[in-house]
Design a protein around this ligand. Structure first.
Ligand code: IDP
Ligand code: MG
Length: 172
């Protein structure tokens, strides 16, 4: 068994339903370590890149709005993003997350316990969970900068970024 990393997102429906604690408790049963964590207000571009493999599906537009939390609005329109690491992490975490369709998911999985299908047909399934190592690497690199992860998991390179605009804390 290999040590793997994966991206977990607590989607806006999970935030709105105040499920963060319940979800993290369930995930902690797998005894993985968190090596990156942050709150993200998801823009359209990030949402479309994250779900690009579904761009031809009829529900793609609704899905992109869902991951941005558009239907919930302030202060629920955000996700919590985590990078987990552990032995055989992807299949073990997906088992805890449950099947994509919340109606078909094991009732004691996260999606089975907390997910629903909206009247518009969107699967509000509370969490995202990478499904294989290649997807996990693509997603972790999409959502996190190297310095936001406490371990060096992928090769990095140093560049000198000139005239890069940056927001820093204001000096008192
Ligand atoms: P996954 O999240 O279990 O990996 P994917 O096929 O990658 O499943 O789909 C990404 C997300 O798109 C799902 O988590 C769900 O929110 C939504 N989705 C997938 N399939 C359907 C569908 O048939 N109808 C509505 N929404 C779907
Ligand atoms: Mg997927």
């Amino acid at each position: 068994m290999a040590v793997e990393q994966l991206l977990i997102l607590i989607k806006p429906d999970g935030i709105k339903k105040s499920l963060t604690g319940n979800i993290l408790t369930k995930l902690s049963e797998a005894r993985m370590v968190i090596i990156g964590a942050k709150a993200v207000k998801v823009g359209k571009e990030l949402a479309e890149q994250h779900y690009y493999h579904l761009k031809d599906k009829p529900f793609f537009g609704e899905l992109v709005e869902y991951i941005q939390g558009k239907i919930y609005g302030e202060p629920w329109d955000r996700v919590l993003a985590f990078v987990y690491q552990g032995e055989d992490a992807i299949s073990r975490m997906r088992k805890i997350a449950g099947a994509t369709n919340p109606e078909e998911a094991d009732p004691v999985s996260i999606r089975g316990a907390y997910g629903r299908i909206t009247t518009k047909g969107v699967y509000e399934n509370v969490v995202h969970c990478s499904s294989d190592p290649a997807e996990a690497e693509r997603e972790i690199k999409l959502w996190f900068k190297p310095e936001e992860i406490v371990k060096n998991i992928y090769d990095t390179q140093k560049i000198i970024a000139e005239k890069e605009e940056k927001i820093i804390w204001k000096q008192k």
